[in-house]
Design a protein around this ligand. Sequence first.
Ligand code: GPW
Length: 808
Amino acid sequence: MREYLRELNFTQGTVLQRASTNDEYLALARTVRHYLMSRWMETTTEYYRTQPKGVAYLSAEFLLGRQLGNALLAADLTDIATEALASLGIDIAELAEAEVEPGLGNGGLGRLAACFIDSLATMGVPAIGYGIRYEYGIFRQNFVDGRQVEEPDHWLDNGSPWEFAHPEHEVTVSFGGSTERYTDGEGDDAVERTRWTPGWQVLGVPYNYMVPGYRNQQVNTLRLWSARATHAFDLKIFNYGDYAEAVRAQTFAENISKVLYPEDSTPQGKELRLQQQYFFVACSLRDFIDRLLPGGFDLRRLPERICFQLNDTHPVIAIPELQRILVDEEGLDWDEAWDITRRCFAYTCHTLLPEALEVWPVELLGRLLPRHLEIIYRINDDFLAEVRESRGDDELLVRRMSIIAEHPQRAVRMAHLATVAATKVNGVAELHSQLLRDKVLADFATLWPEKFTNVTNGVTPRRFVRLANPGLSGLITEAIGDGWVTDLDRLRELEPLADDPEFRRRFREVKSANKDRLVELLARRDGIDIDPGTMLDVMVKRLHEYKRQTLKLLHVITLYDRLRSGELDLADTVPRTVVFGAKAAPGYVMAKEIIALINHVGAVINADPEISRVLRIAFPANYDVTVAETLIPAADLSEQISLAGKEASGTGNMKFALNGALTVGTDDGANVEIRQLVGDDHFFLFGLTEPEAAAVAEGGYRPSAYYEENASLRRALDLVARGEFSGGDRSTFEPVVSNLLGEDRFMVLADYQSYLDAQERVEAAYRDPDAWSRSAVLNVARTGFFSSDRSMRDYLDRIWHAERLGGA
Ligand code: GPW
């Protein structure tokens, strides 16, 4: 309290009576931060002193979510702070609302990185996260006439109390220019070397963020890089007197960390994006070598000290960068350097969609990073020689495996580069890893079977259960103690309580209170009115055709159609609120059409005085981590309905199950493992399996056949086509309809009937609240496996072999 007032007065420069909510937030944030500071410094010095083997998680995205609640929780200060502020007449919840979440990621991939660094800190693993401090995070979504409009996310407007700039640790990063061969040394000692003369440079300034472990004295670091113009640029201002030109140059440099690319699973081959990628990995490698290793460290021993984990291909340019450092700067010979480089990297693949695999045109890469392109060519030559040696002269095979694609243009396949170099390659769920081995990277898996492994994703129970669902957390702790927060397998101990009527009643009470919280949030934030007495059926994730939001929508339209025609009795229908949350990549036209369609269908249904009593759509704009934290704990039904074989894992699916929602889902990604753990009776499975879907595709999929044969599907699609949801205008949603009827790449129509059947089972089950809550409790009890702590143990055992210091 004294500390808080001091911050308010001396740092924030205000007094209690005049402080704004933002002042109050900043003062509390600084108080907590101050409290964690000594742990942070101790953790850092301990790592430096003991030089254990650690992990550097390289990720272009860290979707952190708000920091205050998590920091208070980790420090065990929540109650103290709440009471102290209350005695000053301040509501801590209101104050926490002032924090703008750092949205430095797009979705699943970025949020996974945030969960992983939380677990690493909690488990006492020597780890550092490296990424980019985007000035603008993921755009803010608004709806205008139901259509998505993007607004910039200037999350740093009020300053962030969580970051610590370290301009004294700046790193210089080079781009462009040319390379030349030269002879180093004389006579017998003479060796041929390469010199890279860059065309331009920028500075990377690191910003450190605390990553507090849960109540364990451990605070790890997330280090995000911000681009600045070099001092040389500054000097030129004075030397040439061309002030405007120099400032322009500055802006040019700073553009690199200006904005997060908002494409998810569909990379944009933009030059600036490649600049971002190289910028942050070059800074990170330099930083690790120069600042985290002792002076004079022999880089031949680098693999004993670090594993660089590559979060998808975005940081893969780090591979030729390390090779360049070892060969060009350290003077190691190629083979020795390559052996070291390979042992320092591991690669996680997060997709199965071919269009999500990054490729960089040789022309672009060679212009931006000429030396790296040469190194990639050499890596490829050596690799293809190895392939020919072990597999004979199979030119088709060689072409398939080459790091360089020849068509449609010469380009570097980053996933191939990563796979060739990495010690281990992992997928993010059992099915996904299997499909990587069998399909996407099959040739590589044949060559190096032992390189491939799986680590099923996980989510942090601290944020997504303990913080987001205090009601459920209290109930669990009362039943089995609080050990589950860092040992989520202990949720198993709840299993017997699923048969305890009193426990189930209290579980329902919690769910109902969570729904009330959501109702309040949606009313206040979006002016959306929903009834907490209805089943909450939730589909939240990025808008992507493979995730099949349209399948959910066709179900809703069918319900609407049947209610309207009287085929379904209003009085005998389980009332539902279908909640959508989804951002579309700004350039993804079809995704944006689907958003508009959802909103238009919602407008029609919600305006119907009769039908809206039992069926409503709620689509709050700008779904983010903060909304997720209120939404997920309130959900009854979790929609995980991607076409089998397309969703690598999913992590929302885990968050819902852990918060006691039942899943309606396909046999895809981690759904498979969720269903195995919770049991068939407590999971609503539907749809084609991956082999079935592959067979259908093979045999020539004809979506129109389903349309012709299924009357209810036909009626739903016809309603859209006839303009029922677009004021009679048939052209508005024609592209969506004709895409489904013509191509339907993700087999929405093929799975429609199966999905409808599953939803009938959902409805039947929901009519028995006691049986439903028994299933819900069992979902919680049996999904402790999906803690990201367990994911980290798997990475440690299978990939990193790093040491754990203290920790839980
Ligand atoms: F395409 N994921 C994501 F693999 O959120 F790069 N963004 C992406 O750009 C990619 C994957 C990429 C997601 C997967 O779609 C999801 O299934 C998975 O749970 C998540 O990454 C974390 O592994």
